[in-house]
Design a protein around this ligand. Structure first.
Ligand code: G3I
Length: 375
């Protein structure tokens, strides 16, 4: 059955997966400024969860104390509500794209703990409060776990200013501002054993303190060659074993040669021809390989649909992906479901063709005891 001859309900991703989990995407600054209507149209047709790629980060929402820029966030809500999509707030507390005024006096002196904590709580109250009842899910804290072996938490300005409590206080402030919102801890590489185990320990500490954290966001910045499906499955099982919901929050599958695995945007590499092999077009064989990789990953997600509430892609089409500039500036990557002409790629058709998995009974969670929690 050709794509267009399918019944309307199976023309669009959101309809095909409606009984499984939300299918989301990230909308760029250009989309939210009305400068990329093609992306907006594809998003409204195919996706039922919208995340602002950048427009709701602290630096863009509140660049200086009391100076708020709501326009792009307001447009995200309008676009979502006009097509019945859920809005995801990204992100309240992060070490990136957060102005120094949150942590320092105007002359650069560090603020004391109370002042920095108050800045965080005031920001959260203003932002979550404005969208109370409309933004259904929040990435409350983003990427607080350290990438370094032997170090539990990233030595971020928040950790330095407030101490580990900044994480719990962020969730408490968000819950106070909107008790109905789903509150997410979001990070990358937490499907890999090191960061996964640290995240499990952090979630256990928060839950033991009755901190209102409801879900873990596995970002999913993955590649044709990594990570192994077993690692993803193990992480889903372990996070779910704590009673937390699981969200895949920023899914993309890079196809270019990679020497770095993750999303730490401070990591940079040098542009060379062999690191940028598909400047003109994505070879059909690679497109098919990507389709198979997406299909395998989605078959895993479908097996865990009872604990996965959302799968969001980090962008609508290849042309706006952050991976065109990370970890090497100026490459041509092809990580998403739609091409630079907003046309569905083989990966899109592969996901639309998973009917036989739709009825697949979901995998019962094993009784895997998270031994890592002992420490
Ligand atoms: O808005 C300015 C523009 O005015 C300026 O002319 C331009 C040139 O410097 O920069 C623009 O800001 C850029 C911003 O994206 C909006 O386009 C920043 O430089 C650029 O650093 C920023 O990159 C974003 C990155 O987060 C920043 O950390 C990426 O688009 C975004 O995809 C990426 O997303 C993160 C998630 O939030 C968290 N998880 C990892 C993921 C990938 O790093």
């Amino acid at each position: 059955m050709s794509f267009l001859s399918q019944p309307p309900s199976l023309h669009y991703l959101r309809d095909a997966y409606q009984s499984k989990f939300l299918i989301g995407t990230a909308l760029s600054v250009r989309s939210l400024r009305g400068e990329d209507e093609g992306s907006t149209t594809v998003a409204q047709n195919h996706f039922n969860a919208f995340t602002a790629e950048n427009s709701m980060k602290p630096a863009l929402l509140q660049p200086s104390p009391g100076e708020f820029h709501w326009e792009e966030a307001d447009r995200l809500l309008d676009l979502a509500e006009s097509c019945g999509a859920v809005t995801v707030g990204h992100t309240l507390v992060w070490h990136e794209q957060t102005p120094r005024w949150f942590f320092e006096t105007p002359n650069g002196a560090p603020l004391n703990r109370e002042a920095a904590l108050n800045n965080m709580q005031t920001h959260i109250a203003a932002v979550v409060g404005r969208y109370r009842g409309r933004v259904k899910q929040w990435d409350v804290v983003n990427e607080a776990i350290s990438d370094e072996q032997g170090e539990e938490l990233r030595p971020s300005p928040w950790l330095q200013a407030v101490g580990e409590e900044f994480i719990a206080e962020a969730f408490r402030a968000a819950h106070k501002a909107d008790p109905e919102a789903v509150l997410i801890y979001n990070d990358y590489n937490i499907e890999l054993s090191g960061k996964r185990d640290k995240t499990l320990r952090l979630m256990k500490r928060l839950l033991d303190q009755e901190v209102p954290v409801h879900a873990v966001g596995i970002q999913g910045h993955w590649h044709l060659d990594y990570p192994a499906l077993e690692e993803i499955e193990c992480a889903i099982e372990l996070f779910a074993s704590l009673g937390l919901r699981v969200m895949i929050t920023e899914l993309d599958i890079g196809v270019l040669p990679a020497q770095y695995q993750g999303a730490n945007i401070q990591s940079r590499q040098t542009l060379t021809p062999e690191m940028n092999p598909y400047t003109e077009v994505l070879p059909e064989a690679v497109a098919q390989q990507q389709a198979e990789r997406y299909e395998q990953i989605f078959q895993l997600f479908l097996r865990y649909q009872t604990v996965i509430d959302r799968v969001s892609f980090w962008g609508v089409h290849d042309g706006i992906s952050w991976l065109n500039h990370f970890p090497i500036w100026g490459r041509t990557d092809y990580p998403l479901l739609f091409d630079r002409a907003y046309q569905p790629k083989p990966a899109f058709h592969a996901l639309m063709g998973l009917e036989d998995s739709f009825s697949h009974s979901s995998t019962p969670l094993t009784t895997m005891a998270p031994t890592v929690l002992a420490t």
